[in-house]
Ligand binder design. Sequence first.
Ligand SMILES: NC(=O)c1ccc[n+]([C@@H]2O[C@H](COP(=O)([O-])OP(=O)(O)OC[C@H]3O[C@@H](n4cnc5c(N)ncnc54)[C@H](O)[C@@H]3O)[C@@H](O)[C@H]2O)c1
Length: 268
Amino acid sequence: MPTFTNQIVFITGAGSGIGRVTALAFAKAGARIAVAEINELNGRETVGQIKQQGGDAIFIPCDVADSEQIDKAVQQTVDVFGRLDIGINNAGIGGKFGRLLDQTKQDFNQIMAINIGGVFYGMQAQIRQMLKQKERAHLAGDHPAGGHPAGGKIVNVSSIAGVRGMPMGAPYSASKHAVIGLTKTAALEYVRQNIRINAVCPVYTHSPMVDELISTAPGMEERMRRMVPMGRFGQPEEIAQAILWLCSDENAFITGQALQIDGGLTAG
Ligand SMILES: NC(=O)c1ccc[n+]([C@@H]2O[C@H](COP(=O)([O-])OP(=O)(O)OC[C@H]3O[C@@H](n4cnc5c(N)ncnc54)[C@H](O)[C@@H]3O)[C@@H](O)[C@H]2O)c1
């Protein structure tokens, strides 16, 4: 298991599901966590759970659809912890379950604002800070032991719906395709600054978001399970471990990838 001793991790949507479990996993691996979340109660609960397991975390109220709020949240992280090493842009919504013609302009705009806006503004704020740190390290002639240059890591949470169509979820699928486009482009733009940027694309994973979806129609859970070659949903811990793995220094040559974590779904 990779270690992240004293590294500073900023995670959006860490009040629930995949984000919370990822925050707990990073904390267990030694990182200090900024939980940026729109739901204050849940965000504070995640911070409480991290502290209970002996870790360090802060809660920052943040709506990722608002660039000013993300900018402020990253700044607050730096004010408290002194720097930023890792950004995880995870916050997202599933949106309305319905065909293209059933989706309204409001449905469309909301999902784009959160699922794409959150990743776009999140990366802007995180990369700006990482570049500042790099500049400062350069000016100080600070080359850490082993010659590892300053930089950073970012993981954006896309979806299997970001690499294939998702009937009844066109805006969601479009937003998750966009996350991969943003990831690949930003990865190429900042590769020489040693900022590695990747995405994860989970298949159905147990979380409040998916539990809500499967509650909408009887038999839906079974149908969804059957689509996955492994015959089951993912566990949030399995997504979290992939995110940690992508951020690990042992994977320093991996950038611009969209890692599909899908029980074999896209192999066929
Ligand atoms: N669970 C799955 O099957 C699955 C599969 C593929 C991708 N994903 C993606 O994983 C990510 C996490 O999803 P999850 O399943 O854990 O869902 P979840 O609903 O359990 O968690 C999402 C979190 O994001 C927060 N959030 C929503 N809008 C926000 C906003 N505007 N600003 C800040 N925070 C906001 C919510 O409050 C919640 O805490 C999402 O991007 C989702 O699209 C999930």
